[in-house]
Design a protein around this ligand. Structure first.
Ligand code: C2O
Ligand code: CU
Length: 460
């Protein structure tokens, strides 16, 4: 048996419309990392033993009002150490969950109390941040929603956590090893089974004319999704949790890199029984339904476009005229290579790096160094040029604060926490270093992060 989306799609028509099967809003005050057995592959295929939060995949939905607190005791019931990172939250550094930088990993049988304020409304997620390349691929992630005090005028708010899994179709088990030199040195671990909210054939039902908020989250290890709507039209209203100043009409394909989120507000335009779907681009340039929407009735559509989401509190633009300029170069990987880099304090040539499992570097440094890439003063504006000297795209993520891309005309783009960098297309980001602590900056293709493409900055 092989996994292809087309093969799976046949015979799955009846599954569309299943409700999300996780224990939704009543989340417990604990979050237990543990093994569980779930049906990831379509019915008829074997079940999969996953590493989960609270036994479900994705983990339990955590939903709090803006300005509230997230309080969870992590209980580690796995056989390996772990920690939880709250991706995109402008968080107290001690709660950021980065094993080896902001906390010690939680040993098997241990606990850690996460307790932090959430200043910004939006769509976020949480995931393991210890050996993430393996732990996230095995299922350790979930959704974190911070609700606006006044929600937008929509009929429904739907969460769509996109992911992929690399499974052996005959056993249902994850393909091992997770640390595979071939995938680590190339694009990363890409699954052979794509799904949404932990299900292969996740679907929705809706009525013609309904207005939906769709919160898309890319939880995949390495896959970049190309997405398009069918039978729906709408607007982008937020990126990486942060509202756009104005809703932007959706006219082109949505590119969603690993860890990125996009909030859409869409109107269902398809008539009853006409096709409606979130489509994904396939490698052969065709489009296939990733989330089928079954259209069951009709109502009068809203006449007006949606209002912008209420702005979050941290939207002041960094002062470019005062900004310190830094440059971070992405280096290494298959087909580009690098002469040498420093790893654990030692300068190694390419062969030496590979022997130590390092395929990538950021500006000549593979993996974390004892000292930060840069130390910024609190409140200091900074601009960082990102130069991609590899032949692969990289989804570069900064912890603890959002940044903006500097446009060619020095205009500042929307706030983001993860930006996709393409070879030979340098880009520049800017932010004000207003959150004190030690913050990771790394590629969210998790195999790249694990094999060199990780650094950190300090805000004093
Ligand atoms: Cu979403 Cu350092 O991670
Ligand atoms: Cu990368």
């Amino acid at each position: 048996m092989t996994f292809t989306r087309r093969a799976f799609c046949a015979g799955l028509g009846g599954v569309a419309g299943l409700a999300l099967t996780r224990p939704a809003l009543a989340a417990p005050p604990t979050l237990t990392a543990r093994k569980a057995t779930v049906q990831l592959a379509p019915e008829g295929y074997p079940t999969t033993e996953v590493w989960s939060y609270d036994g479900t995949l994705p983990g339990p939905l955590i939903r709090v009002p803006q300005g509230g607190r997230v309080t969870r005791q992590l209980i580690n019931a796995l056989d390996v150490p772990t920690s939880v990172h709250w991706h995109g939250i402008r968080i107290d550094n001690a709660m950021d969950g980065v094993s080896g930088l902001t906390q010690d990993p939680v040993p098997p049988g241990g606990t850690f109390d996460y307790d932090f304020a959430v200043p910004d409304a939006g769509t976020y997620w949480y995931h393991a941040h210890k050996n993430s390349m393996e732990q996230v691929a095995r299922g350790l992630s979930g959704v974190l929603i911070v609700d606006e005090a006044t929600p937008p005028d929509v009929d429904r708010d739907e969460i769509l956590m996109l992911g992929d899994w690399l499974l052996d179709p005959d056993t249902g088990a994850f393909v091992e090893p997770f640390a595979n030199p071939m995938t680590m040195s190339h694009g990363g671990r890409t699954g052979n089974l794509v799904g949404v909210n932990g299900q292969y054939a996740y679907g929705l039902t809706a009525e013609t004319g309904e207005r939906l908020r769709l919160r898309l989250i890319n939880s995949a290890n390495a896959r970049i999704f190309g997405l398009r709507l069918q039978g729906m039209s709408g607007w982008t209203v937020a990126l990486d949790g942060m509202p756009l100043d104005q809703p932007e009409p959706l006219t082109t394909e949505i590119i969603l890199a690993p860890a990125q989120r996009v909030d859409l507000i869409v109107d269902v335009t398809a008539a009853v029984d006409q096709p409606a779907a979130l489509l994904m681009a396939m490698s052969d340039d065709s489009w296939q339904a990733l989330v089928e929407v079954t259209v069951t009735g009709g109502r009068t559509p809203r006449a007006d476009p949606p209002a912008p989401l209420p702005a979050n509190p941290n939207t002041a633009l960094p002062d470019l005229s005062q900004a310190r300029s830094l440059e971070i170069a992405m280096e290494g990987g298959a087909m580009a290579g690098m002469d040498s880099a420093v790893f654990e304090g030692e300068r190694l040539d390419f062969r030496g790096l590979i022997e130590r499992g390092q395929y990538w570097a950021l500006s000549g440094q593979s993996g974390l160094s004892d000292t930060p890439f840069a130390t910024l003063q609190r409140g200091e504006p900074v601009r960082i040029k990102l130069v991609n000297r590899t032949v692969f795209p990289h989804a570069m993520h900064l912890h603890g604060t959002h940044f903006r891309q500097i446009g060619p005309d020095r205009t500042l783009g929307p706030l983001r926490d993860t930006i996709l960098s393409f070879p030979d297309e340098p880009l520049e980001i800017a932010f004000t270093a207003d959150n004190p602590g030690k913050w990771l900056f790394h590629c969210h293709m998790l195999a790249h992060a694990a094999t060199g493409m990780t650094t950190w900055i300090e805000v004093a």
